[in-house]
Design a protein around this ligand. Structure first.
Ligand code: ADP
Ligand code: MG
Length: 367
């Protein structure tokens, strides 16, 4: 089911009379979510991800704008009538019911044409339980399950009504690191198998990048960039997006452009033909550095961390905005950790320039 969000805005009124400041949680949001895809809604806490998801689900009404499922305008439709499955961060299972009863629950109130026989309900519940691999836990109570298993029950309960749209709000946040990894792979598998259009909300960029067909990066209720995860990483439109994606994060410097060259600390480090003369923020991905004894960029070497396949070189420089610079170099390169300085040349397609004022990307010719 294709989902279209058209000029969606959500304004929460001020809470008390003294501080009567309204919050624009979502600001003129326009997005088309293609049928059968998994979309990662990504951004820092408070940027309006949950609010956007709740508007898609019908739990909240937009202050302005329209929502379409396929060609149908569902803006005024209640949650029950939208055919959505919802999963939250805290699993919200009924504690006194067994796993089976929890999964069956959404089916028991179906009315009219949707009403199912007992056997049909059971078949559906078993099907959903099998999808998330908890079919052997059906008689247990939630308190007898691990966090990961509880979250699977919650996902099964969302799937059992065969929703047209699956909405997941930070579903992995309460799980430990290993389970988080495993469960996110399973969510991806289930999504591919069922082909349900899915919106996955997270503040974790790695999580979003790893499972999404398309990511939507948000800041303060406003969409910053939409695209395939790799493209957004390779081609950020502004400093915020560049900083939000990538581990270790992008290195940011203060520099300037003069006559087609990029200067850091008064040294020309790279050609940036096509960019106008001005002061800039320079973003360099950790993998954008080449260890090069004749390289133009000199940094003070702090230490070298061996990570097996790669080495991470930690250094400092006057023009760096962050306390340290992290560069990731192939371990085949020998780095003498006792040296005082280290020199780099740069990979042009891993270097991004941004305007000092509005922090938008400034493009230059990459050869
Ligand atoms: P996220 O899920 O990205 O962390 P939310 O969508 O929950 O962000 O919130 C976006 C903004 O809207 C925040 O500033 C939050 O404080 C505010 N907000 C969310 N829900 C309400 C509400 N019911 N009443 C008032 N403000 C709200
Ligand atoms: Mg949230």
């Amino acid at each position: 089911m294709k989902i279209v969000l058209q000029n969606i805005t959500k304004i929460f009124p001020g809470r008390n009379k003294k501080v009567d400041e309204e919050v624009i949680a979502v600001n003129d949001f326009n997005l088309e979510i293609p049928d059968g895809k998994l979309i990662g809604l990504l951004g820092p806490s408070g940027c309006g991800k949950s609010t956007t998801l709740y508007m898609i689900s019908g739990l909240q009404k937009p202050s302005q704008g329209k929502i379409f499922f396929g060609e149908d305008d569902v803006t005024e439709l209640s949650t029950e009538n939208r055919g959505v499955g919802l999963v939250f961060q805290n699993y919200a299972l009924y504690p006194h019911m067994t796993v089976k009863q929890n999964i069956l629950f959404p089916l028991q109130n179906l009315k009219g044409d949707d009403k199912l026989s007992k056997q049909q309900m059971l078949d559906r519940a078993v099907y959903a339980a099998k999808l998330v691999q908890i079919d052997d836990l059906m008689e247990r109570k939630p308190s007898e399950l691990s966090g990961g298993q509880q979250q699977r029950v919650a996902i099964a309960r969302a799937l059992v009504k065969m929703p047209r749209v699956l909405l997941l709000d930070e579903p992995l946040s309460n799980l430990d690191a290993r389970l988080r990894l495993q469960t996110r792979e399973e969510i991806r598998k289930i999504q591919k198998k069922t082909g349900i259009t899915t919106v996955f909300v997270t503040h974790d960029q790695e999580e979003a990048m790893s499972i999404s067909d398309m990511i939507v990066v948000m800041k303060l209720g406003i969409i910053q960039q939409v695209g395939n995860p790799q493209n957004v990483y390779d081609d950020p439109v502004n400093l915020f997006v560049a900083k939000f994606l990538g581990t270790p994060p992008i290195n940011v410097f203060e520099g300037s452009v003069k006559e087609g060259k990029l200067y850091l600390d008064g040294t020309a480090v790279m050609d940036v033909k096509g960019a106008d003369d001005r002061e800039v923020f320079v973003g360099i991905r950790p993998e954008g550095f080449i260890l090069d004894e004749n390289g133009p960029m000199q940094c003070h070497l702090n230490n070298v961390e061996v990570m097996g396949r790669d080495v991470s070189i930690v250094s400092t420089s006057k023009c760096s905005v962050n306390p340290v610079i992290r560069s990731i170099i192939n371990a085949d390169n020998k780095v003498d950790a006792s040296c005082e300085n280290v020199r780099f040349s740069l990979k042009p397609h891993k270097v991004f320039l941004f305007d000092k004022q509005d922090e938008k990307r400034i493009y230059f010719e990459v050869r």
